[in-house]
Design a protein around this ligand. Sequence first.
Ligand SMILES: *[C@@H]1O[C@H](CO)[C@@H](O)[C@H](O)[C@H]1NC(C)=O
Ligand SMILES: *[C@@H]1O[C@H](CO)[C@@H](O)[C@H](O)[C@H]1NC(C)=O
Ligand SMILES: *[C@@H]1O[C@H](CO)[C@@H](O)[C@H](O)[C@H]1NC(C)=O
Ligand SMILES: *[C@@H]1O[C@H](CO)[C@@H](O)[C@H](O)[C@H]1NC(C)=O
Ligand SMILES: *[C@@H]1O[C@H](CO)[C@@H](O)[C@H](O)[C@H]1NC(C)=O
Ligand SMILES: *[C@@H]1O[C@H](CO)[C@@H](O)[C@H](O)[C@H]1NC(C)=O
Ligand SMILES: *[C@@H]1O[C@H](CO)[C@@H](O)[C@H](O)[C@H]1NC(C)=O
Ligand SMILES: *[C@@H]1O[C@H](CO)[C@@H](O)[C@H](O)[C@H]1NC(C)=O
Ligand SMILES: *[C@@H]1O[C@H](CO)[C@@H](O)[C@H](O)[C@H]1NC(C)=O
Ligand SMILES: *[C@@H]1O[C@H](CO)[C@@H](O)[C@H](O)[C@H]1NC(C)=O
Ligand SMILES: *[C@@H]1O[C@H](CO)[C@@H](O)[C@H](O)[C@H]1NC(C)=O
Ligand SMILES: CC(=O)N[C@H]1CO[C@H](CO)[C@@H](O)[C@@H]1O
Length: 439
Amino acid sequence: MGLPIFNILIPFLLLNFSHTVTSDSSGEAYALLNWKTSLQNQNLNSSLLSSWTLYPANATKISPCSWFGISCNHAGSRVININLSTLRLNGTFQDFSFSSFPHLVNLNLSFNLFFGNIPPQIGNLSKLQNLDLGSNQLSGVIPPEIGKLNQLRRLYLDVNQLHGTIPPVIGQLSLINVLAFCHNNVSGRIPSSLGNLSNLALLNLNANSLFGSIPTVMGNLKSLSTLDLSQNQLNGSIPCSLDNLSNLDTLFLYKNSLSGSIPSIIGNLKSLLRLDLSENQLSGSIPLSFGNLSSLTMMSLFNNLLSGSVPPILENLKSLSTLGLHINQLNGLIPPSIGNLSSLRTLYLYNNSLYGFVPEEIGHLKSLSELELCTNHLSGVIPHSIGNLTELVLLNMCENHLLGPIPKSLRNLTSLERVRFNQNNLSGKVYEALVIIQT
Ligand SMILES: *[C@@H]1O[C@H](CO)[C@@H](O)[C@H](O)[C@H]1NC(C)=O
Ligand SMILES: *[C@@H]1O[C@H](CO)[C@@H](O)[C@H](O)[C@H]1NC(C)=O
Ligand SMILES: *[C@@H]1O[C@H](CO)[C@@H](O)[C@H](O)[C@H]1NC(C)=O
Ligand SMILES: *[C@@H]1O[C@H](CO)[C@@H](O)[C@H](O)[C@H]1NC(C)=O
Ligand SMILES: *[C@@H]1O[C@H](CO)[C@@H](O)[C@H](O)[C@H]1NC(C)=O
Ligand SMILES: *[C@@H]1O[C@H](CO)[C@@H](O)[C@H](O)[C@H]1NC(C)=O
Ligand SMILES: *[C@@H]1O[C@H](CO)[C@@H](O)[C@H](O)[C@H]1NC(C)=O
Ligand SMILES: *[C@@H]1O[C@H](CO)[C@@H](O)[C@H](O)[C@H]1NC(C)=O
Ligand SMILES: *[C@@H]1O[C@H](CO)[C@@H](O)[C@H](O)[C@H]1NC(C)=O
Ligand SMILES: *[C@@H]1O[C@H](CO)[C@@H](O)[C@H](O)[C@H]1NC(C)=O
Ligand SMILES: *[C@@H]1O[C@H](CO)[C@@H](O)[C@H](O)[C@H]1NC(C)=O
Ligand SMILES: CC(=O)N[C@H]1CO[C@H](CO)[C@@H](O)[C@@H]1O
């Protein structure tokens, strides 16, 4: 007999609750709605943000916890995540009430069309651990108030139009793991306070306008696995303190104005997988210690002022897939031991002063797809073993002193697309050697 009453009571209770009860998170709901109305493209076909409404059909209280992109703590009382990545949202943060979200842990607004400044009120998100505003059109400076976010682990402000300097207070974010400011126009020096960030694993400042030297304190960043300071105007020499970065797997310093010799201690960074120091003014020779970098897959040192020879010890780099030493002042022989680099796919040695023969052993590089030896002083005949390089797509040996016939073995190189042998003393014609490919 209790059943009918029960049936009547339930709708009654629901009716009573709906539209009337507020919750701790109702302030957050109003704050989000207020911001939503400020966004430009309400044509953002947003069935996406259509869930952002105070009175959804079966709601019992005013709460944003079930709204698209929003999630709350277990009690459903506080917004802890806002994930609105990749929605083509267009607008600013001027009407975003940062102080309404004291429990927010994750804020991900990446890959949208947000523009304007990052307001200083962002410093009110005192529980924030992950902030991703990457790939938007934000301008203005990085607000120093970010230094108040002392729970922050990951900070992505990459691919925007930010300028000004890196606020030194960033060095107070003691838990920070990722700092990505790449592809902006941030200028000034790299603040030495960054040396305090002992948990930092990734520092990416690529493609900005930073100048001055690389601070020695970078050597304190013991947890660092990726250091990318490429495409800035950094000068001075590469600090020897980097030898403390024993977890480093990626060291990218390309396209700066770094000078001096390459510190041999870089050869101590046993975890290194990718090393790119190209397009600087580095001089001196390639350190013999590089023979220790046995995990290296990519070594790019091109367009510097490097002299001396190609160290035979590089034969130890069994994982090396890309070796770019072109546009330097290297001399001496191409070491026959280069034939031991069994993973090599790209070998660029052009525009140096290398002399002697092209070693027969080059034919052992079974995975080689690009071989560029133009503009050196290489002499002798082209080894027949080249015909073993069946993966070869590009084969350039122009502007040397090579002589004799172009080897018929090239007929076996069926993947070959680009060949340059001009400005040598070769007999025979490339097309004769390759004629079988054409038919
Ligand atoms: C909006 O979404 C609806 C249904 O999901 C779709 O039919 C319509 O083409 C979309 N409009 C735009 C402008 O993307
Ligand atoms: C009612 O709530 C349920 C669970 O929260 C949800 O899955 C459903 O989509 C809601 N229905 C409407 C019409 O909003
Ligand atoms: C964030 O939102 C995007 C787009 O809706 C989605 O692809 C992604 O998986 C979400 N990430 C998380 C951590 O929820
Ligand atoms: C975003 O909105 C602004 C202001 O309405 C407008 O000028 C701009 O073209 C919009 N951006 C895109 C990519 O639609
Ligand atoms: C933000 O979302 C994008 C796309 O869903 C994702 O790739 C990125 O890792 C997220 N950022 C953070 C800090 O989790
Ligand atoms: C970047 O910043 C530098 C120095 O602040 C300035 O000279 C330059 O014009 C800016 N570049 C762009 C593309 O805004
Ligand atoms: C952070 O680094 C700066 C400059 O190197 C130093 O003066 C300061 O004491 C450091 N702060 C902490 C908390 O370690
Ligand atoms: C580095 O550049 C700064 C200005 O950006 C200049 O004052 C300094 O002399 C340069 N240092 C070196 C070693 O070239
Ligand atoms: C390298 O680390 C050692 C101890 O781990 C420290 O004493 C030394 O000062 C560091 N060197 C540099 C140049 O930071
Ligand atoms: C490579 O080529 C040379 C000369 O053409 C040949 O003698 C040799 O057997 C080949 N080596 C391999 C491993 O195929
Ligand atoms: C091409 O390769 C075949 C077998 O792989 C070999 O027998 C032949 O000698 C090669 N031709 C030339 C011209 O090297
Ligand atoms: C409530 C609160 O912490 N408000 C602060 C938000 O951020 C601005 C700018 O830093 C401060 O002035 C407020 O005091």
